[in-house]
Design a binder for this molecule. Structure first.
Ligand SMILES: Cc1cc2nc3c(=O)[nH]c(=O)nc-3n(C[C@H](O)[C@H](O)[C@H](O)COP(=O)(O)O)c2cc1C
Length: 236
């Protein structure tokens, strides 16, 4: 089984998203998957220019010359793709949005009625990788991901992919904290992620009790907010 991560954090391998993805991949590799971690910030990805040439003159191929051709090949040759992005203004980062926009060659222009009573595009390929969404955010509550989650679930309707897991981490900046008092909580969270990675490879899903554990706050929400405010106030 081949698993490829596309991580849209501008902080690449110094980010909080990377901490989540790394532990998840460790668990997946241990369960027998081959894994690859693509840091989109290190790739050249131009904005989609909306010319639709990928639907007309060169079906399935974009006219822009950058790293997207290689990345879409990687995407389509995976069994599982992990789309990973920090929450930026309730959605994915611009880097990830460019990657998503530039995935337009993967579908055809024609319309068809989808199974939820909404029009979608016809698939270009028989089979697409299954998707896992991973995000983290600065605010403390898990409800902060409501818009992102809806957008991710809608994004897959065109290519008939299935979302097999969603991992959303509020209080994300704690993941790269060097506060020794957090070590225990962070080690525990990373172990949960390793378990989730293994479960996904072996059973293609995260069991409900493990999902619940993954969504628990790392520290109490009010304590977290006080700490964030204290840290910003001491910086200024
Ligand atoms: C431009 C910008 C927009 C952000 N928007 C949100 C937001 O809407 N909600 C939120 O909870 N955190 C928001 N954050 C905080 C990031 O999600 C948080 O710092 C996250 O840990 C960054 O992940 P990374 O280290 O992987 O890049 C934003 C940060 C930036 C820089």
């Amino acid at each position: 089984m081949k698993v490829v991560v596309f991580n849209g954090s501008p902080k690449a391998d110094r980010g909080n998203t990377h901490v989540i993805v790394s532990a998840l991949l460790e668990g997946m590799a241990k369960a027998g998957a081959s894994t690859e971690n693509v840091l989109l910030a290190q790739k050249k990805i131009n904005h989609c220019i909306g010319c639709f040439t990928c639907w007309t003159k060169t079906p399935g191929e974009c006219v822009l010359e950058d790293d997207m051709e290689e990345l879409l090949k990687k995407y389509m040759s995976s069994d599982i793709v992990i789309m990973a992005s920090p929450l930026y203004v309730d959605h994915v980062t611009g880097i990830m949005k460019d990657f998503m926009d530039r995935s337009l060659p993967l579908v055809c222009p024609q319309f068809e009625m989808g199974d939820v009573g909404q029009t979608r595009h016809v698939s270009r390929y028989e089979k697409y990788p299954s998707i896992i969404w991973v995000s983290n955010c600065g605010f403390p509550e898990k409800d902060q991901f409501a818009v992102l989650q809806l957008a991710c679930e809608r994004d897959i309707r065109n290519n008939k992919a299935d979302i097999i897991a969603q991992i959303y981490r509020s209080q994300g900046p704690l993941l790269t904290s060097d506060d020794p008092e957090l070590e225990l909580a962070l080690n525990r969270y990373k172990e949960l992620l390793r378990q989730a990675g293994a479960e996904i490879v072996l059973k293609r899903k995260i069991p409900a009790d493990l999902q619940e554990e993954l969504e628990k706050p790392l520290i109490p929400e009010d304590e977290y907010s006080k700490g964030v405010n204290a840290s910003w106030n001491s910086d200024s």
